[in-house]
Design a protein. Structure first.
Length: 276
């Protein structure tokens, strides 16, 4: 598989697969490396001469989405196409589009990029969470940390909201766990997000409900303590996975930020510039 190695000023590196996978580049620390790193790209096609020629003759700058599309195209082509591309690679191209000018016109390249952008957006969407999924993740984190032990002794049910299918695509929200007595029995915690959590314009989203049948002072204290634990774990989870909740526009800026490309060693074969 082709890959890109990102290096920041202190020498630390981060490797990402090409074509890109959202589950890799949306996780820390990859976004930091994409913002501040230089890049070296290695290609893995069946044509070793092409791999070396590409790695040693990249433009000085390119964004990660262009590099990912290039790797995607290379992975779909047969040996004959790859050999023809190697023969006609331009020297010192200014862009990835120019690198592939023998195979794609500027118009065709732009169309490919538009389709690939939609594909990448779909990939991002599969990684995003609904409100109910965030609720489940917060509960799982609280349980792993041992914060549900007292509640488990009086637990009636824990229900994530499963009717709301919209994905969260903004992190400018807070979890509000509201505790109250039920209309006829027990104590409830209704969990909702308050703020900007998607592009709908809504400011509140119910994500889950927790209930106990107990109503005494001890139960009130347990449920109140649980509210604080959930508020803490939601904040930690979202901040640890911040780019999972980032907007499409912000992710697009990250993917289209120019990267300085380091050329590989000079043992690449000499590139010919024959015309078709």
């Amino acid at each position: 598989m082709s890959h890109i190695t990102l290096t920041i000023r202190n020498g630390d590196t981060q490797e990402l697969s090409l074509p890109l996978r959202a589950e890799e580049y949306l996780k820390r620390p990859a976004p930091y490396f994409l913002a501040y790193g230089t890049a070296e790209v290695s290609f893995d096609t069946p044509d070793e001469a092409l791999n070396q020629a590409l790695s040693g003759n990249m433009p000085q700058e390119a964004n990660i989405k262009e590099l990912s599309l290039l790797a995607y195209i290379l992975g779909k082509k047969d040996d004959e196409w790859l050999a023809q591309l190697q023969e006609k690679l331009p020297e010192n191209p200014d862009s990835i589009a120019e690198l592939l000018e023998s195979a794609y016109s500027a118009h065709d390249w732009n169309n490919l990029m538009e389709r690939y952008t939609r594909k990448m957006n779909q990939d991002v969407d599969t990684q995003r969470m609904t409100g109910g999924q965030l609720f489940d993740a917060v509960m799982a984190r609280a349980r792993e940390n041992g914060d549900l032990v007292r509640f488990d002794a009086i637990n009636e049910y824990v229900l994530a909201e499963d009717c709301e299918k919209g994905k969260l695509c903004s992190y400018e929200f807070d979890l509000l766990p509201a505790i109250d007595f039920g209309g006829s029995e027990g104590i409830y915690i209704d969990c909702s997000l308050q703020g900007e959590f998607d592009e709908s314009g809504r400011k509140s989203l119910h994500i889950g409900t927790i209930k106990t049948l107990d109503t005494d002072l001890a139960a009130c204290k347990v449920m109140g303590e649980l509210c604080g634990a959930l508020m803490y774990h939601e904040s930690k989870f979202v901040n640890d996975n911040l780019y999972l909740f980032d907007s499409n526009a912000s992710i697009e800026r990250m993917l289209t930020k120019p990267l300085t490309l380091e050329q590989t060693s000079s043992d690449a074969p000499e590139i010919t510039c024959q015309q078709m």
